[in-house]
Ligand binder design. Structure first.
Ligand SMILES: *[C@@H]1O[C@H](CO)[C@@H](O)[C@H](O)[C@H]1NC(C)=O
Ligand SMILES: *[C@@H]1O[C@H](CO)[C@@H](O)[C@H](O)[C@H]1NC(C)=O
Ligand SMILES: *[C@@H]1O[C@H](CO)[C@@H](O)[C@H](O)[C@H]1NC(C)=O
Ligand SMILES: *[C@@H]1O[C@H](CO)[C@@H](O)[C@H](O)[C@H]1NC(C)=O
Ligand SMILES: *[C@@H]1O[C@H](CO)[C@@H](O)[C@H](O)[C@H]1NC(C)=O
Ligand SMILES: *[C@@H]1O[C@H](CO)[C@@H](O)[C@H](O)[C@H]1NC(C)=O
Ligand SMILES: *[C@@H]1O[C@H](CO)[C@@H](O)[C@H](O)[C@H]1NC(C)=O
Length: 324
């Protein structure tokens, strides 16, 4: 019996509450002269956070929670807030975790409630990353590449700004190369992930392996001497630079093995991750006509078959005959 009575009382209270809630219509944007900003409102700990919600000729009462019941009422004179009824400016001072909540502002004209505006005050959380540096080495046939940081996005969700070697290139959670990366796409890509609570950044070093680019230059020093420079740019590091004579029958003669031929190779790492190498071959024999310079890296071998000796004094055929 007692249980039954409690139930009836509860139901009666509930219907009173429902009528009360129904009696309070939600404010619409049309009610406000000023409403700034829209809910939810984010705040960093220990900061002051403000909004302005102003309807002319109304009194504003602030409640913590979704209901306009007396125990929920906030008196800014004792709580750490200020509410200016003349401007509608509400400021929470020194935002603390316990202030994160829903709030209701009740606007009344005389004794009649006009409408209620509810907003949520939410603690902002900085984005965080498990890694801050990642390196990718791409081959020319590696396919498409997207960079997507594994990030806990924070509250409110962070924005991601992308930089290539400190130049901003795009905004968005993922950075996708338009086509498979090529040598000119190399560099340091940085994602700066930020919201009002803080930021984190992640750098990707993108390295692209490519076929060596080789140029061949032949100069005559004296009537019988010549120098061949075989220059190459490559990634990864150049392992060998070799020079061959291409015989008329198509077979190759390695000029390293020729008496009088010397070679030097210098590999150096330049600022944009290229390896440059130059091998110089000096010959005193009559200048053969066609050369092949071959450059090898652990990724691939490149060849350049160009190169016709400049000398006019000795024909290649003649020079060739002299050797045999
Ligand atoms: C927050 O507001 C209070 C009271 O107006 C002021 O004393 C304090 O300096 C403000 N704090 C910040 C971080 O602006
Ligand atoms: C915010 O939280 C602090 C600490 O709990 C409290 O003293 C203060 O009254 C709260 N402010 C409001 C407006 O509720
Ligand atoms: C506000 O109320 C909604 C609905 O009851 C709830 O899901 C949400 O967590 C509340 N927000 C805060 C900041 O307490
Ligand atoms: C990525 O490359 C940079 C620069 O070459 C190097 O300092 C760093 O240790 C590398 N990081 C990883 C995770 O391999
Ligand atoms: C780079 O930043 C400038 C200035 O903030 C901005 O106007 C531009 O749109 C940005 N570029 C890209 C590609 O995001
Ligand atoms: C991210 O960008 C913001 C705004 O430009 C800057 O203040 C912050 O220092 C950057 N964060 C990192 C980790 O680079
Ligand atoms: C070969 O070398 C010549 C002379 O330096 C250069 O003009 C040419 O572009 C090179 N060819 C290739 C395929 O690298």
């Amino acid at each position: 019996m007692a249980t039954m009575k409690t139930l009836w009382v509860s139901l009666a209270l509930l219907s009173v509450l429902l009528v009360a809630v129904q009696g309070q219509r939600d404010c619409t944007p049309a009610d406000f002269t000023i409403l700034h900003p829209e809910s939810p409102i984010y705040s960093v700990l220990e900061q002051n956070v403000s909004l302005r919600a102003f309807i002319p000729d109304t009194t504003i009462i602030l409640y913590k929670g979704l209901e306009t019941t007396t125990p929920n009422r906030i008196n800014c004179a004792v709580s750490k807030c200020s509410l200016d009824t003349n401007s509608g400016e509400l400021t929470f001072h020194n935002f603390q975790p316990s202030n994160a909540s829903n709030y209701t502002m009740l606007f009344t004209k005389g004794v009649d409630p006009t409408c209620v505006y509810r907003f949520a005050l939410v603690k902002a959380v900085a984005p965080s990353l498990s890694e801050t540096q990642l390196n990718y080495t791409i081959d020319k046939d590696s396919g498409e590449l997207s960079l997507q940081p594994m990030v806990s996005p924070g509250i409110p969700p962070a924005e991601v700004h992308w930089y290539l070697n400190d130049q901003n290139i795009s905004v968005g959670n993922t950075f996708t190369f338009d086509s498979p990366p090529v040598a000119s796409d190399r560099g340091i890509y940085t994602a700066n992930i930020s919201n009002l609570a803080g930021s984190a950044s992640l750098s990707y070093t993108i390295t692209v392996r490519f076929d060596p680019i080789i140029t061949l230059e032949i100069t005559e020093t004296t009537a019988t001497d010549y120098i061949i420079h075989c220059r190459a740019i490559a990634y990864p590091q150049i392992e060998t630079i070799e020079l061959f004579e291409i015989r008329p029958d198509g077979t190759l003669l390695n000029l390293h093995l020729e008496a009088g031929a010397t070679s030097t190779t210098s590999n150096q790492l330049s600022s944009n991750l290229d390896y440059e190498g130059t091998a110089t071959f000096a010959g005193t024999e009559n200048c053969p006509k066609n050369y092949r310079c071959r450059v090898s890296t652990s990724y691939s071998n490149g060849i350049n078959n160009t190169g016709t000796c400049l000398t006019s004094k000795y024909t290649c055929t003649h020079a060739y005959l002299l050797k045999f």
